[in-house]
Design a protein around this ligand. Structure first.
Ligand SMILES: Nc1ncnc2c1ncn2[C@@H]1O[C@H](COP(=O)(O)OP(=O)(O)OP(=O)(O)O)[C@@H](O)[C@H]1O
Length: 209
C-alpha cells in the first residue's frame, strides 16, 4: 500500500500541492487534471526526486527515512525524459539494473518488448522523442518494482508501442504491481482496468470515480 499523509510541496511562486491523507491499494490508479494543476509535482515527490514535507510510505518503507530502499522498489518514467546525452541506453540500463538487481533476461525482454534493440547501443543524444520515451519506460520497469509511476507514458510513442505498454501494465497489475499514471490521452487509459481515478485541481487531489 502507498500511504501519503500531511503532504506538502510548495514552490517559491506560492503554488502548493497539499494532501492530508491518501491511501492507494494495489492496482492501477489514474490522475487527471489541467496543465499546471500539480500532477507532475506530486509524481516527482513520490519518485523521490523532489523534496517535500510530510510522509510517503510504500509497504512500510518510508521515503524520507529509507530513501534508497524506497527508490529501489519503485520505477518512475517522467513525462519528458532527460538523460546524459553521451550515454547509450545500454549504459543507462547497466547502471539501473545493477542498483535494482535486474538480470540479463529481464533486460533482454524489456528491450525486445519496446523494440529498443536497434538503438540501445547509440548515444541518447541522438534519440527521437519516442526512443527517449521508450528508454524511460524500460528503465522504469527494470527490477520488478512494486510501484510504477508513469507521467504521460503514452505521449510520443507509436500506436503499436502504446498497445504493448497497455498490455504490460495490465499484466503487471494482475501480478500485484501498483501503478500511478497521468495522461492527457484518454484512449489508452480507457483500455486499462483503472482501480481509482483522481482529479488534480490547483494542487488539490480529489477522488473522481
Ligand atoms: N521545478 C519547479 N519550480 C517551480 N515551479 C514549478 C516547478 N515545477 C512545476 N512548477 C509549477 O508548479 C505548477 C504545477 O506544475 P506541474 O508540472 O506539477 O503540473 P502538471 O499538472 O503536471 O501539468 P502538465 O499537465 O502541464 O504536465 C505549475 O504552476 C508550474 O509552473
Amino acid at each position: 500500500m502507498l500511504l501519503i499523509s500531511n503532504f506538502s510541496k510548495k514552490y517559491p511562486s506560492g503554488f502548493e500541492v497539499l494532501i492530508d491523507e491518501l491511501k492507494l491499494e494495489k492496482g492501477i490508479h489514474f490522475i487527471h487534471g489541467a496543465n499546471g494543476s500539480g500532477k507532475s509535482t506530486l509524481l516527482k515527490a513520490l519518485a523521490g526526486i523532489h523534496p517535500f514535507q510530510g510522509k510517503i510510505d510504500l509497504n512500510g518503507i518510508d521515503l524520507l527515512k529509507k530513501p534508497l530502499e524506497y527508490r529501489a522498489t519503485i520505477g518512475y518514467a517522467e513525462a519528458e525524459p532527460q538523460f546524459p546525452d553521451f550515454l547509450s541506453l545500454d549504459d543507462l540500463i547497466q547502471v539501473v539494473a545493477k542498483a535494482k538487481k535486474a538480470n540479463q533476461e529481464e533486460i533482454n525482454q524489456l528491450k525486445s518488448s519496446f523494440g529498443a534493440d536497434s538503438f540501445s547501443g547509440y548515444p541518447v543524444g541522438t534519440f527521437s522523442s519516442g526512443m527517449l520515451k521508450k528508454s524511460a519506460l524500460i528503465l522504469a520497469f527494470l527490477g520488478n518494482p512494486q510501484l510504477v509511476i508513469l507521467d504521460e507514458p503514452f505521449t510520443t510513442i507509436d500506436t503499436q508501442t502504446q498497445n504493448q505498454l497497455t498490455e504490460m501494465i495490465k499484466g503487471l497489475a494482475a501480478q500485484g504491481v501498483t501503478f500511478l499514471i497521468t495522461s492527457h490521452q484518454n484512449s489508452p487509459i480507457a483500455n486499462l482496468p483503472i482501480q481509482g481515478t483522481f482529479k488534480m485541481e490547483s494542487g488539490r487531489l480529489s477522488k473522481n470515480g
